[in-house]
Structures are given as structure tokens and as C-alpha cells.
Design a protein around this ligand. Structure first.
Ligand SMILES: [Zn+2]
Length: 297
């Protein structure tokens, strides 16, 4: 299945070096002083960052609007009493009916944006001619994002709270590969990228328009649970990105998915929040501690 390997290769590229964190600039000593007072140099999150005394946060996300998420993920989430975020509105990968959409919404999950045509780089052989990310200019992308947002609003999403995930984690468009993050910022509340890892928002450098993630189909259950416990140790925010659950592309088995949910359900120290809820919390903390909001770009 070339679709799978090509998306994988995209993700591998996206796992490359951290791009902006270490970009060298003249240090702003006042800023550094303020940050070091607010966040002692342990490299670990401050106590009490998350609400209700929780130690860490996990967000369960499901991309592309595919049938196995309805068949397997929804009942498992319901049984575990956990809510997820479905980046699913529109798209060539999208195979939900309106009934499916209604069901996701009625069960209290977050419906979120993922464009309409799912533009990815032309090098992927499943990308339709004319619909590659290189074929987009700002006007075309803006129009598609507007349509995406309108679909979400029609399905009960509040305009000012709608979140987004970049198809293939690709944040650029056009032959010159320029960023369309500004267009996303104009329309959405926060966005998930595909850079590997988890966030430690108390350190003040979380970019809410390219939140890191770990792909839920990678390796095995032990590896996935290790990502969760790593995030717990650092009091971080782990966003897990699922595609197929017990079927479809980039799938995790239904059993392994259930075990991840079981682990979370039995861990009193975790806050399982939708992408919107977690982003809102981080945003409120950033607003409360503006000196720590280091400019990323
Ligand atoms: Zn996708």
C-alpha cells in the first residue's frame, strides 16, 4: 500500500531536527532572567501546571474521518469515558456519513479541521494532479480553510474554538514552499503538526500552531505506553495521532488502542483532554505568564 509508506515517509521527514528552538539570536538578558526565575533550571515542569492537581495531559486525536474510527474507536472511548479530537472534516481520505459525524459530536468528542482536499507534497504518488500542496497559493488555501471552518460550524463547532491539523504535517504550500501557518492562525484556535515528541508547556515554548505529536501506529503497545509515561515524568502534554483503529490506513490494532485507553482510565494523575481543551489551558497559562512566551518564529 503505497499510501501508507508515503505518509510514513512524510512523517519521518517531519521528525527531523527541531527547527526553531535553537535558531540563534542575540539573547535578551532581561527575558532570560525573567524566564529563569519563573522556571528554575531543572528542565522539568513546575508543580501544579495542569488543572485539578493532574500531573500531565494526554490528547487522543484521530485523523481523516475513516470508518474504523467509528467501528472501533468510538465504542472504546465511550466505554472508557474518554473524549477525543477527530480531525476529519472533508478530504479525499474522508469516508464518514453525516450520521457518523452526528454520532461523534453527540458523544461529546471534538470535531476539528483537516482541510477539504488533504493537500500533501506532490512526491506522494497518491496525491491527485493539481491537488498537491505545491499547487496551492494563499487564496486557494484560504478559501479551502474557510469552507472547512464553515463545515465545522454547521456541525456545531464554535467558530472561535475550532482547531486544525495540517495534512501530512505539511505547513507549507506553493512551488516556493512558503508557510500557510498565518492563514491557519487567522481562522483556528490551535493546530497540531507532526513533529515528533510531546510538549512541556510550563517551559513556555509550546507553539500552539504546531503542537508536537506521536503517531499511535508506530511500533508496539509497549512503545506507546512508554511515550505516555515519558510525558507523565516531565508533566508534559502528549498528543497521540491515530489514523485507522483495527482497520484502514496507518492502523493500530483495536486491542492495543483499548489498552492505551485502559491505561489512561486507570491513571488518576492524567488529564485526558480534547485538543481544544488542552490548547485553551496552555493558552491561558501563556497569557498569565507573558515573559515565558518566547517568540518562536
Ligand atoms: Zn490526514
Amino acid at each position: 500500500m503505497s499510501f501508507l509508506t508515503d505518509i510514513d515517509s512524510v512523517h519521518l521527514i517531519q521528525l527531523g531536527p527541531v527547527r526553531s528552538m535553537f535558531r540563534s539570536t542575540q539573547p535578551n538578558w532581561l527575558l532570560l532572567l525573567a524566564v529563569s526565575i519563573a522556571f528554575p533550571s531543572t528542565g522539568v515542569a513546575e508543580e501544579g501546571y495542569w488543572p485539578d492537581g493532574k500531573t500531565y495531559c494526554v490528547t487522543l486525536t484521530y485523523d481523516d474521518g475513516i470508518p474504523s474510527q467509528i467501528v472501533h474507536a468510538l465504542p472504546q472511548l465511550k466505554a472508557a469515558n474518554l473524549k477525543g479530537t477527530f480531525f476529519s472534516a472533508g478530504g479525499v481520505t474522508y469516508r464518514w456519513s453525516q450520521e457518523d459525524l452526528d454520532q461523534v459530536r453527540e458523544q461529546g468528542h471534538e470535531l476539528a479541521g483537516h482541510t477539504i482536499l488533504h493537500p500533501c507534497a506532490r512526491k506522494n504518488d497518491w496525491v491527485k494532479p493539481g491537488d498537491a500542496s505545491e499547487d496551492y497559493d494563499d487564496a486557494r488555501m484560504a478559501k479551502e480553510l474557510d469552507e472547512n471552518l464553515a463545515n465545522l460550524i454547521n456541525n456545531g463547532v464554535k467558530r472561535e474554538l475550532a482547531t486544525f491539523a495540517y495534512p501530512c504535517g505539511n505547513t507549507s504550500i506553493g512551488e516556493d514552499n512558503h508557510s500557510y501557518v498565518p492563514l491557519v492562525k487567522e481562522r483556528f484556535f490551535a493546530a497540531r503538526g507532526t513533529q515528533f515528541g510531546f510538549e512541556i508547556p510550563s517551559q513556555g515554548n509550546t507553539d500552539l500552531f504546531e503542537v508536537k505529536t506521536v503517531a499511535g501506529h508506530e511500533r508496539d503497545l509497549a512503545y506507546q505506553l512508554e511515550q505516555v509515561t515519558n510525558a507523565r515524568e516531565k508533566q508534559g502534554w502528549l498528543v497521540i495521532m491515530f489514523h485507522g483503529v483495527g482497520g484502514d490506513h496507518l492502523a493500530i490494532s483495536a486491542d492495543d488502542h483499548k489498552e492505551i485507553l485502559r491505561f489512561l482510565q486507570n491513571d488518576d494523575s492524567v488529564w485526558v483532554a480534547t485538543f481544544q481543551e488542552a490548547a485553551a489551558w496552555v493558552k491561558s497559562k501563556q497569557a498569565a505568564a507573558p515573559t515565558a512566551a518566547i517568540e518562536m518564529e
